[in-house]
Design a protein around this ligand. Sequence first.
Ligand code: NDP
Length: 270
Amino acid sequence: MSDRYAVFGNPITHSQSPLIHHAFAQQTGQDITYDAIEAPLGGFEAAVRRFIDAGGKGLNVTVPFKTNAHDMADECREAAAICGASNCLKLVDGRLIAANFDGIGLARDISVNLGVSLKGARILIAGAGGATRGAVGPLLAAGAEVVIANRTVSKAEDIAALFATPRLKGMSYNTIDGPFDILLNSTSASLTGTGLPIPARAFRNAALAYDLAYGKGKTPFLQLAEQSGTALIADGVGMLVEQAAEAFDWWRGVRPKTQPVIDTLRTPLD
Ligand code: NDP
């Protein structure tokens, strides 16, 4: 019988994860099934237990259950422990292990796929939610210097306090002091087509502006970057596929090629 995997969320119909993992399985010859499961709000843990009792080996987790996934795990790998959130669970000897691959997926997309070096790069991250919590560790580990700006300043400061390094600062949009090499939009503003109060000068001569949202075309953030002289703009589809590849490798012990899947999913930025 095939090994069972799934993505859990609510809603879940929009998820690209089944398409991505089916492509990985076909490419690597792995015999798995991968479903999209909508767990009821307040019913995530029970739905996961049912899935595991029915033979489930691992699962991805998306909005709004990433914190629940972290909380129900028997053990958390480092990134999940720091974030207090997990986007991936794996059953190992009857114990549930939590991981968070969002940050490593982002770092790989920037450095490997887009060819923009993180070592010594000065990075602005707009937003201080779950995605930023996941992103900071891998960006610092790659040698970057990171500034987090957020509407609710205390959340940016809290993340900076968590890592306690002079290479990470939290601040308000008003105190942003560019220029930057890389600017990341890790807010959910692009999901509603809303712009951010980042001054145009912060984008000048930047190597990359990257919106973690995907499939939204040229968002106000990416438009401002392009108009302000940033060399390269990208959305978060590569991050999505890279975090999936990390999960697939962790579950199956084989690393799929990501570029063909990114090419399939990428929508033009116009
Ligand atoms: P959260 O809900 O945890 O955080 C949202 C953040 O956006 C908060 O910092 C919030 O600020 C800020 N924000 C929301 N609206 C506005 C606005 N109008 N102006 C300024 N700031 C705003 O979301 P996540 O961190 O989980 O996700 C953030 C983004 O990353 C989303 O677009 C999501 O789709 C994307 N994402 C992409 C992934 C990928 O694989 N490509 C993976 C994970 C996320 P405040 O704290 O002040 O409320």
